[in-house]
Design a protein around this ligand. Structure first.
Ligand code: CUA
Length: 186
């Protein structure tokens, strides 16, 4: 074998070994895994958040033109979130910023991934579609809100969003302050 050919083969083998070690470290050390496509769960039409146990939630997410259902959820820090994702129309993306959740919502299929938030990690995590899906693709986003119970107010319990009841309750206080302010100025 030619001297240079030998070096190329050796160098290539060495690179393959490095890549293999990198994959092993990523899966074992950093928990980077490939999302699984679930075959024994039928695609669903409506999104919801289920509380399975303390700090253990199951999200049924529907990505559709051009929104997510539910559009936002609120869970406490340290929670484990099991995500089941599907789409009724075209392929969408499902990416939660600042996490390693990066999924595809595929019509007729259910994709699964699990995510556990750190106990000290909280705030609003934007959820966005990263697969071009039509005219309003750029506006397709949602929110994963990770808040301590204390920051959630009177209910003292992380509640399921999109809680349509919670929003009208916030609005009256907002509008009255705005109205009284507006009235005072004029
Ligand atoms: Cu949905 Cu892009």
């Amino acid at each position: 074998m030619d001297k240079y050919e030998q070096r190329a083969v050796l160098g290539g083998s060495f690179l393959m070994l490095i890549f293999f070690v990198a994959v092993v470290i990523a899966t074992t050390g950093f928990g980077v895994t490939v999302p699984t496509c679930i075959v024994d769960v039928k695609p669903f039409k409506h999104g919801q958040l289920l509380k399975l146990a303390d700090k253990h939630y199951e999200l049924h997410a529907v990505a559709k033109m051009w929104s997510f259902d539910p559009p936002e959820i609120t869970i406490p820090p340290g929670s484990r979130l099991d995500i089941f994702l599907t789409s009724p129309d075209v392929a969408h993306g499902f990416n939660i910023e600042k996490t390693n959740i990066n999924l595809m919502a595929i019509p007729g299929q259910v994709t699964y991934a699990s995510l556990t938030f750190d106990q000290n990690e909280w705030g609003n995590f934007r959820l966005f579609c990263h697969e071009y899906c039509g005219m309003n693709h750029h506006a397709m986003q949602g929110w994963i809100k990770v808040w301590p119970a204390a920051a959630l107010g009177a209910t003292n319990q992380p509640v399921q969003q999109p809680a349509p009841a919670a929003r009208p309750a916030e609005k009256p206080t907002d509008t009255t302050t705005q109205q009284s302010n507006g009235g005072a100025k004029q």
